[in-house]
Design a protein around this ligand. Structure first.
Ligand SMILES: N[C@@H](CCC(=O)N[C@@H](CSC=O)C(=O)NCC(=O)O)C(=O)O
Length: 282
């Protein structure tokens, strides 16, 4: 392992290892932490397929790895998990900690163009800088990568896959923000990071718009939503995905009766998502 990565903690889990790392991000201009689960390695040359998981508003690198319960199935199916943080931190930008849905913990997986937020380059971080670092230092096969996420991170996972047709083998999302150009969370974030008037750029980060235009190899997309999700109508607008028809996108939306937006919902279905990605990664 290069000196670029510093290990902060390590715990054995289902025969494998959960490790938290910190590194200096050139793209974001600050230190960033991420969590990785590596299943039990039979030999030092074994490389695992990797599933990136992008978390939602207010989350850090810890929420998914500590609360989703994904490691048991990942260990069983031999899949590595990589969970990044959700924004740059500690940059001392005026107002960065003023609200929970913008700034710290709310990077929205876009590359900001507004000068005040120029360090907020989470799209480049999760699609380029972090995978390069992971591939160079950890036993992960760069040719077998998939992506998933929750809420803001569900939006992130969908746009990363739809904008990079050959990078990921499959994509899934829990309760994704599906049409950020037309919901309060998305409008606030895109106005702040991309500028109020730059609607053409906003569209390049909107999953429902990208889904309609996607023209890469056939992409399998699994979306999980609870019908008691408190953010469903105002923020998520999942129907905007199903409204779009594109023969290149095989979209399955599973509606789950009685489930809300929480990690209890994610826990309940995360094993199905790991199995879905395993099918595409083997
Ligand atoms: N602080 C907010 C609630 C924030 C919240 O619900 N965050 C979700 C993601 S929402 C969309 O991106 C989350 O994953 N929280 C972390 C967790 O561990 O549950 C409020 O007060 O309403």
């Amino acid at each position: 392992m290069s000196t670029a990565l510093k290990q902060l903690s390590q715990n054995k889990c289902f025969g494998g290892l959960v490790t938290k790392y910190v590194h200096q991000s050139a793209v974001l201009g600050c230190e960033m932490k991420f969590q990785v689960f590596i299943p039990h390695q039979q030999s030092s040359t074994t490389k695992f397929p990797g599933l990136y998981f992008l978390s939602g508003l207010t989350c850090t690198e810890d929420n998914f790895i500590q609360k989703a319960g994904a490691q048991r199935k990942a260990a069983q199916l031999g899949i590595a998990l990589i969970a990044p943080d959700t924004s740059p931190r500690g940059l001392n930008i005026k107002g960065e900690d003023d609200s929970w849905d913008f700034g710290t913990g709310a990077g929205f997986y876009v590359n900001a163009t507004e000068s005040k937020w120029k360090n907020y380059q989470m799209y480049s971080y999760v699609t380029q800088e972090l995978p390069k670092l992971v591939n160079e230092n950890l036993p992960i096969d760069p040719s077998r990568i998939s992506i998933s996420g929750h809420s803001m991170g569900g939006h992130g996972a969908l746009i990363c896959a739809l904008k990079n047709p050959t990078l990921y083998k499959s994509v899934s999302a829990f309760a994704p923000i599906s049409n950020p150009t037309d919901c309060p969370w998305g409008i606030k974030a895109f106005t702040g990071y991309l500028g109020a008037s730059n609607k053409h750029l906003w569209e390049q980060y909107d999953a429902s718009i990208l889904l309609g235009k996607y023209d890469g190899p056939v992409l399998d997309v699994l979306v999980e939503v609870g019908d008691k999700d408190q953010w469903l109508e105002e923020q998520l607008k999942v129907h905007k995905l199903t409204d779009k028809k594109n023969e290149k996108v095989k979209l399955e939306v599973r509606w789950q009766e009685g489930y809300d937006h929480s990690y209890f919902f994610i826990q309940s279905f995360v094993e199905d998502h790991i199995a879905f990605h395993a099918k595409h990664l083997q």
